[in-house]
Design a protein around this ligand. Structure first.
Ligand code: HEC
Ligand code: HEC
Ligand code: HEC
Ligand code: HEC
Length: 151
């Protein structure tokens, strides 16, 4: 019974993915609302952070192909009951996000307009290797820990 359910679910996902293949599907699956449908806790810690106006994917993208493959994989895990994004502790890869932090903040414009800021930050990064050693990420740490405390 369970096995049949899984096969059905997998088929449904495949169909859904095919349907989402077009431009409209791409648009829908890149919105903050879509991400938040599975990541409600992260939405709250993001709303209260320093980046409520920066979209989820602006920080979390790993490039178009990786996003699509990882997205399909996550859908599969959820619909086959292997992961519950609201209750399971999710993997976290701050280092993957960091390239995008740099892309917005340690820019050529900054090099021109804030040379000291940039020079200091080269030193900071050499010492710690992580933006999050000194700054909050896209999520307020206290709220993030609460979410993790649940399990
Ligand atoms: C269908 C539910 C679902 C949707 C929609 C969803 N996720 Fe996830 N997400 C998951 C699951 C499940 C995991 C844990 C995957 C694992 O255990 O490997 C996860 C893990 C993550 C992680 C941590 C692991 C990593 O790859 O860095 C991030 C960040 C993340 N999701 C961001 C997003 C963003 C951004 C969106 C919107 C574009 C999104 N998610 C949409 C279910 C979902
Ligand atoms: C899409 C671009 C973008 C990305 C990606 C991004 N930020 Fe930001 N960040 C902003 C904007 C916009 C603001 C708010 C306006 C401002 O104060 O510059 C901001 C504000 C900040 C501030 C507060 C600055 C202040 O003056 O109070 C810090 C610190 C910061 N970001 C660090 C990070 C870190 C760490 C990451 C990666 C986890 C990151 N940012 C990713 C655009 C971005
Ligand atoms: C060792 C601690 C440390 C690390 C690591 C660090 N920062 Fe900072 N950051 C600071 C301090 C201190 C300031 C305030 C004054 C300054 O520029 O040194 C600051 C200021 C900022 C600001 C505000 C600049 C402004 O215009 O006022 C942003 C944005 C920022 N950092 C982003 C980042 C990003 C992105 C990373 C990772 C690539 C990072 N920081 C790594 C300590 C750090
Ligand atoms: C400014 C960058 C930034 C934005 C915007 C952002 N995140 Fe994150 N997110 C991070 C970083 C960095 C981590 C790694 C953990 C940490 O340091 O807080 C993370 C971790 C996560 C995780 C893994 C679970 C965890 O607690 O580590 C998920 C899921 C996630 N974010 C989803 C989202 C969703 C959904 C949105 C939009 C509603 C979003 N993020 C917006 C930077 C961001």
């Amino acid at each position: 019974m369970m096995k049949m359910f899984r096969t059905m679910a997998a088929l449904l996902i495949l169909l859904a993915l095919l349907a989402l293949g077009g431009t409209a599907g791409h648009h829908m699956t890149t919105t903050d609302a879509f991400c938040s449908s599975c990541h409600a806790y992260e939405k709250v810690s993001w709303d209260q952070g320093q980046h409520p106006e920066v979209g989820c994917l602006d920080c979390h993208t790993g490039g178009f192909m990786r996003d699509k493959v990882q997205g399909a994989r996550k859908m599969f895990l959820v619909f086959t009951g292997q992961r519950d994004p609201h209750h399971d502790r999710l993997p976290s890869y701050p280092e993957k996000t960091q390239a995008n932090c740099k892309g917005c903040h340690l820019t050529e414009t900054a090099a021109v307009h804030q040379p000291f800021f940039l020079a200091r930050h080269e030193g900071y990064m050499a010492a710690t290797g992580s933006c999050m050693a000194c700054h909050e990420s896209g999520h307020v740490a206290a709220v993030r820990e609460q979410r993790h405390g649940r399990r």
